[in-house]
Structures are given as structure tokens and as C-alpha cells.
Design a protein around this ligand. Structure first.
Ligand SMILES: [Zn+2]
Length: 436
């Protein structure tokens, strides 16, 4: 275009006879100049406004997934592997494509996934039986073992800078987050201990109230938010530089954390309650706004029940229908002769799933409430079983989400924020403001 423009300029002759024509030429030149100028503006949106075909958009999504670092706030690989690890059985080979589970090296590469936070998940029952710290240690060891077994494919990462270094050498980083503060027990120094072991966020509790705070899934409301010890844990996490994860905690715990924490926080795997009315495990509009105002990030959970209340209701209706069918045959689900009826029923009434479009709706919703600097990805792969949405069934499918965002007009820069930059901002800030 610039070449044409120059050629036009040099053939321009301003003779008396051509006066009228030259006026038109000047107008044309002006329009041409404006066009050339607008083409040179560094605005990503212009690129997309020029009507890319569906195939071109898909190719662009795949390219962006390859080029941009994708971090995911929550993948439950360690807990999936714990059985093999504890029993000393051969582990599934995570360097190859595997049949089971949602994650392995080959599929992660296909999806452009570079830094999945490995969830060190401690079920609430360990709060009663003891052994939470031992389980956490063994799950952390299993992550370290993955990196030792396949040093050319996986590496640990304690900072965004380390993820970047691994990315340059083609390795997948395995940063770690601990889901449930139970392994801290009643000893604040365990916050320092787990930080030294590589834990970079702690979800304060899981499905039950613990010594730190109340859970969204528990109706006991033991502390009406944070316990006195929990307040000290929040303070210590700020001091040590461990991100506070507000997923799973009750609303009152959330508001107290927001009041108390001197650093921004993350929700490692939560979605918007707007689409799942009454489901306290997701965040309300009010909470998302406050999280954003304080610089935090909500990483969207992909589980269908986190994404769409209608899907939950449809599946519930199916279960009720099946139960009454079995009852009319004097059977329960456990009876062996019920199997054929269940199979036939499931064929006629297949399970409902949410969609990749719905995940994009959640991202849109957060952007609308808090802005594009406060949303990320927290799939919960390997943690939500057979509940993943169409188009995001495993770690190979992130490009489908990027395609959906491109279709909705998100720029590459905005997609980069969602894929990693937003949560890295919090990760760096929490580390930089630590005092211990
Ligand atoms: Zn969880």
C-alpha cells in the first residue's frame, strides 16, 4: 500500500489544465493517507475486524495457543496419581499420550498448555483422621518425581520467570498450589515450610470448615468466616509470599480475607454464581467486583456444574426420572439386574454438558464486572470427572476457548492477559511484597 502511495505522488502533475482533477487528486490523496495511517496503527482489533473466515480464526487460535504462555490455576494430576504413587505401582507415563485422565505431555503440547498449577489436594476427612501434612508431602514428592522422571519435558517452577525459562526450552512447568490449608495444622511455621517445598498458593479450606475458616460447602459456619488462627494464617501467607486462594471458602470468609490481606488474591478454580444461582462455591457479582478492585484474579472452572445451573437441573431431572423407573421395577441402582435398564435409559436420556461458549460467557461476565485484568483459567482438569464441557474435554482443547474469545473480538493482548499475564501479576506482586 505504501508503495502505491509513493508512485501516485511522483506521477502527480499540477498544471493549470489539470486544476480541477488535481483537487480531486488531493482529496483522494488525503483519503489514501488516512487509510495507510490507520493500517499502521498497532491496534489488534483492526486485524480481526477484517472478516477472517472460520478456518482462519481457528488457525489463528491454534497459533496464539502455541505462542502465548498458558497457565491453568488448578489441575488435579497429583491426586489422580496418588494411588500408583503410594502403592509403588508403575505410574501412568505422563510423557506419552494416555487413555485415562485429562492431562499428559502430548495433549498439553497440543493444547499449548505451559504451566498447569499442580493441585496438592487434601480431602477434608484428613482433618479428622490426621495425616494431612504427610499426604501433602507425598503429593509434592510425586510432582517432583514427574520432573525427575522426564527432565526434558517437565520442570518445577516457583516464579513466573522460571516458567518463562522453561517455556523457552520447550518444557512444561509444574508450579504447585495446595488445596486445603489443613496440612498447616495449628502451626503457622508450616506456611513457611510449604513455601520452601514449592507451594505458591494455598486454598484456605476445602469441603468442610477447618482450623482456618468456614467452607462454602459446609453449613456449620464454625467461625462465621476466619478463625483467630485463620487471621494469623492470612497474615503469614502475606509475609511469606504465598498466594491466598479464595476458591471453596464461604462468603463471609471471603469478605474477611479481602479486608485483611495486604496482597491481591486469586480464586484458583471458581466460576460466576450469576450462571448457577444459589451455588455458593461460585463467586457472586459483588465478590468478583471486590476481588477486581483489590487487584485479584478469578480463574474460571470448566466443570459443567460450575458453568450452568440449567445443565445441573436437567441432569437432576434425569436422575429423578431414572430412580422412579427403577422403583417401578422394584430395583435400586445397586441391583445387578438394574444395569440393562440404566444403560437403555442413559441411551435415551444422555447426560447434559455445558459448552466452551459458556466458559467464554463467564469470562465476558467477569470482564463486564471487573475488567479484563481480573480473569484467568482454572479448569479443574482431573478434578471434576465426567463433567467437562463440550469443546474443552481435556488439556488439548484450550485453542477452542481462544477461538471463541477471538470470535467475540478479544485482542491477542487481552487473550494473553487471560492465559497468564493476569495471574502472573498477582504471583509476582505477592512474592515482591513478602517480608520473610
Ligand atoms: Zn476444588
Amino acid at each position: 500500500m505504501q508503495f502505491l502511495f509513493c508512485q501516485y505522488l511522483f506521477t502527480f502533475e499540477d498544471t493549470a489544465i489539470q486544476k480541477y482533477t488535481s483537487m480531486k487528486n488531493i482529496l483522494f490523496l488525503f483519503l489514501l493517507t488516512s487509510f495507510v495511517f490507520s493500517c499502521n496503527q498497532p491496534n489488534n482489533k483492526i486485524e480481526q475486524d477484517t472478516e477472517l473466515s472460520d478456518e482462519q480464526l481457528q488457525a489463528l487460535a491454534t497459533k496464539i495457543a502455541e505462542e502465548v504462555i498458558i497457565t491453568d490455576g488448578h489441575i488435579d494430576v497429583p491426586y489422580r496419581l496418588r494411588h500408583f504413587y503410594n502403592e509403588g505401582e508403575p505410574m501412568p507415563d505422563l510423557s506419552q499420550r494416555t487413555e485415562e485422565g485429562d492431562f499428559d505431555y502430548v495433549r498439553a503440547k497440543e493444547g499449548g498448555l505451559n504451566a498447569p498449577f499442580m493441585s496438592v489436594y487434601i480431602p477434608a476427612r484428613y482433618q479428622k483422621t490426621g495425616g494431612a501434612k504427610e499426604l501433602a508431602d507425598s503429593l509434592i514428592n510425586s510432582v517432583i518425581d514427574i520432573t525427575n522422571s522426564f527432565p526434558d519435558k517437565y520442570a518445577l517452577a516457583n516464579t513466573p520467570a522460571e516458567v518463562e525459562k522453561n517455556f523457552e526450552t520447550g518444557k512444561i512447568s509444574l508450579p504447585m498450589g495446595m488445596e486445603n490449608g489443613a496440612p498447616i495444622g495449628d502451626d503457622l511455621d508450616n506456611v513457611n515450610y510449604f513455601h520452601e517445598r514449592g507451594i505458591r498458593y494455598i486454598t484456605l479450606t476445602h469441603s468442610k470448615d477447618n482450623l482456618i475458616c468456614d467452607s462454602s460447602y459446609d453449613t456449620t459456619r464454625t467461625w462465621n468466616g476466619l478463625s483467630e488462627f485463620g487471621k494469623q494464617v492470612v497474615q503469614r501467607m502475606n509475609e511469606v509470599g504465598v498466594m491466598i486462594d479464595v476458591s471453596h471458602i464461604s462468603d463471609s470468609t471471603f469478605y474477611q480475607v479481602m479486608e485483611l490481606s495486604t496482597a491481591p488474591v486469586i480464586a484458583s478454580h471458581s466460576s460466576c454464581r450469576n450462571f448457577t444461582p444459589g451455588f455458593e462455591r461460585n463467586m457472586s457479582d459483588d465478590m468478583i467486583k471486590l476481588l477486581g478492585e483489590k487487584g485479584g484474579v478469578i480463574q474460571i472452572n470448566f466443570g459443567s456444574s460450575f458453568l450452568d445451573g440449567d445443565v445441573v437441573n436437567l441432569n437432576k431431572a434425569n436422575r429423578v426420572k431414572l430412580d422412579s423407573l427403577l422403583k417401578s421395577n422394584n430395583l435400586t441402582r445397586a441391583d445387578s439386574s438394574a444395569a440393562a435398564i440404566i444403560e437403555e435409559f442413559t441411551l435415551q436420556n444422555p447426560k447434559h454438558y455445558s459448552t466452551v461458549e459458556k466458559v467464554a460467557d463467564h469470562i465476558d461476565h467477569v470482564v463486564h464486572l471487573a475488567g479484563v485484568d481480573h480473569v484467568g483459567i482454572g479448569s479443574d482438569y482431573d478434578g471434576v470427572g465426567d463433567s467437562l464441557p463440550t469443546g474443552l474435554k481435556d488439556v488439548s482443547q484450550y485453542p477452542n476457548l481462544i477461538y471463541e474469545l477471538l470470535k467475540r473480538g478479544y485482542s491477542r493482548e487481552e487473550i494473553e492477559k487471560i492465559c497468564h499475564k493476569n495471574v502472573w501479576r498477582v504471583w509476582n506482586e505477592v512474592a515482591n511484597t513478602a517480608s520473610m
